[in-house]
Design a protein around this ligand. Structure first.
Ligand code: HAS
Length: 548
């Protein structure tokens, strides 16, 4: 069990994550009904307001707080309890992040920032929304520095040793996060804030979008890597085996530092302000960032097979039956992984220069992010929640909770299959994304989007409603595990942090030489970005628009 003060810190982070989850999923439910033309909002509430709340609260706030709750617990478990200074800095980080979150949320709720989570210029929100965003990012940096400080102390005390795999992976994710946030901080502080407060008249749109996507793509790996940490470190323990290969796991993570950042242009392939050469280069680098995910898929299959065979599984596939299907902590994560097979394939389609033309501004992309961040990541976090909160509160995770956990992941799976499949197909049929109403005054092309079983906005709404039901079951489990479930008293009732052993005997030491990886990462960033961003500095600016 980790120190009580560290548990408190982690629990506060997880609590804020789930408050954001609750409001964010409610916004999601309203959205699918509006897009289905089944709901008219009152005049004081705007579709884009809800869409912004949904994106910001789920994609940014829920994920970030949950990730830090998980990191704090795992770092304290694997490296030992935090010292008083580390704890203080982590609390300051939490406070600054939360001030930023509250400020940005107030601006969204009061209708002053309906600019979606990508806040593309020249849409112009209240300056305080951008101040909130800046504080949010700076707060996460402060918490990150606390965790890095804890890691540095450990390394000084264990000279020449490789750090535990969990800590290594957390630091890799943090390094990637800090480097990538430089882009969003630059655009928010130097472009958006002066413009939104009226200190300058115009904003350089192409530059702001490029700086956003310099951050926006590694952002998706900031969500994914903690899920991968669970796959590499937690899953083998649940299967009763070791990490398949410590070196391969570390290699996959450092490849994310190198290749996750210089690829942001693949979100801007349809924009005229960037020349084809730079788009092509970044598309090639995008295909490099697929490699560590393929390494992860390989490692997972190997882990499953080894564990199944150790338990007596015979023949080509006999080991599958030996996996612990009745353990919701495992099954939830397995389903999450399975979703990432089509999710990743969709990403490869998006990144293919020509195919992107077909899917870019359509519901296909919405389908893509629901089967990447919305399931592989979110469902892994759900699988972690089932034991992480009881571990931190010292409460039981009873058999009835386990059953409820199964109902929750089954409903999430069904809801997501219905919703994301119809989103993908509707996207191919031309249904746009980021739009409030999809009926288009009964235009024949739009009417087709209300026909067919899967190619139908109604299917999407049914899926969305099932997802909302699932989210409420999860909230019930969270509240029970935080406050109401009976305290564990007997030894066997205590829920532990499942952290698998990892053999570092053959792991090359250079994998933990950060200067090599940070150095190469910056070299790649300069190659991919210096010239095109430099050219953008001369682009004319635009006035702001408030379209809502
Ligand atoms: Fe993406 C757009 C390309 C991964 C999220 N992406 C988005 C947006 C979001 C997002 C939110 O190139 C929308 C942004 C917006 O608002 O405009 N994406 C990729 C590529 C990958 C990728 C190449 N995306 C993700 C992940 C996300 C995420 C991860 C969130 C967590 N994406 C794009 C592109 C766009 C884009 C373009 C812009 C589109 C546009 O035009 O706007 C790759 O990282 C994917 C690699 C993954 C794999 C899969 C490996 C499979 C594994 C599972 C193994 C399973 C096991 C279980 C072991 C190669 C590891 C076995 C079970 C059985 C049942 C057999």
């Amino acid at each position: 069990m980790i120190a009580a003060q560290d548990r408190k810190l982690a629990l506060w982070n997880i609590a804020v994550a789930y408050i954001a989850f609750l409001i964010g999923t409610l916004a999601g439910l309203l959205q699918v009904f509006i897009r289905n033309d089944a709901l008219q909002l009152p005049s004081w509430l705007d579709y884009y307001q809800i869409l912004t709340a949904h994106g910001v609260l789920l994609a940014l706030i829920f994920t970030t707080y949950f990730i830090f709750g998980f990191f704090i617990t795992g770092m304290s478990k694997s490296l030992g309890s935090f010292g008083p200074k580390v704890r203080l800095v982590a609390w300051i980080g939490f406070a600054v992040t939360t001030i930023g979150t509250v400020l940005a949320t107030i601006m969204i709720v009061s209708g002053k920032a309906s600019v979606l989570y990508t806040f593309y210029a020249p849409l112009k929100a209240s300056g305080w929304f951008y101040v909130g965003l800046a504080l949010f990012v700076i707060g996460t940096w402060i918490t990150s520095f606390a965790l890095v400080g804890h890691y540095i102390v450990w390394r000084k005390e264990h000279k020449g040793k490789l750090s535990p795999l969990f800590a290594f992976m957390a630091i890799t994710t943090i390094v990637m996060w800090i480097i990538s946030c430089l882009g969003v901080v630059a655009t928010v502080v130097f472009q958006f804030i002066p413009w939104a407060f009226g200190w300058v008249d115009t904003i350089n749109v192409e530059l702001s979008r490029s700086l956003f996507w310099y951050f926006g793509h590694p952002l998706v790996y900031f969500w994914l890597l903690p899920a991968y940490m669970a796959w590499y470190v937690v899953v083998p323990k649940l299967l009763g085996t070791k990490v398949f290969s410590d070196s391969l796991a570390r290699l996959a993570f450092v490849l994310f530092i190198l290749f996750s950042i210089p690829v942001g242009f693949h979100h801007q392939l349809t924009e005229p302000g960037i020349s084809d050469f730079w788009k092509f280069l970044q598309v090639v680098l995008t295909f490099m960032v697929i490699v560590p995910s393929l390494i992860t898929a390989f490692s997972m299959f190997a882990t499953f097979e080894i564990a199944g065979r150790q338990k007596g599984g015979k023949g080509l596939f006999g080991w599958i039956k030996k996996l612990p299907w009745k353990d919701v902590r495992f099954t939830s994560i397995f389903v999450a992984m399975a979703f990432f097979i089509p999710g990743g394939a969709g990403g490869i389609i998006n990144a293919s220069f020509q195919l992107n033309e077909l899917v870019h501004n359509t519901l296909w992309i919405v389908g893509h992010f629901h089967i990447t961040v919305g399931t592989p990541v979110a469902m892994t976090f759900m699988g972690l929640t089932f034991w992480l909160i009881p571990y931190l509160t010292g409460r039981k995770f009873s058999k009835s909770m386990q059953k409820l956990g199964f109902i929750q992941i089954i409903t999430w799976t069904i809801g997501m299959l219905l919703m994301s499949t119809s989103q993908h197909i509707l996207g191919l049929l031309g249904a746009p994304r980021r739009t409030a109403y999809s009926g288009y005054n009964d235009h024949p092309a739009a009417q087709g989007w209300f026909e067919g079983l899967i190619t139908n906005h109604v299917t999407m709404a049914v899926g969305g409603s099932i997802l909302f039901l699932s989210a409420m079951i999860l909230i019930y489990i969270v509240v029970m595990s935080m406050f109401l479930s009976p305290k564990a008293v007997r030894e066997e009732d205590f829920v532990d942090f499942p952290m698998a052993e990892s053999d570092t005997e053959h792991t090359p030491k250079f994998l933990e030489n950060w200067w090599i990886w940070i150095g190469i990462a910056f070299a790649l960033i300069i190659i991919a970005y210096a010239i095109p961003l430099g050219a953008m500095l001369d682009y004319p600016g635009s006035e702001g628009y408030k379209t809502w």
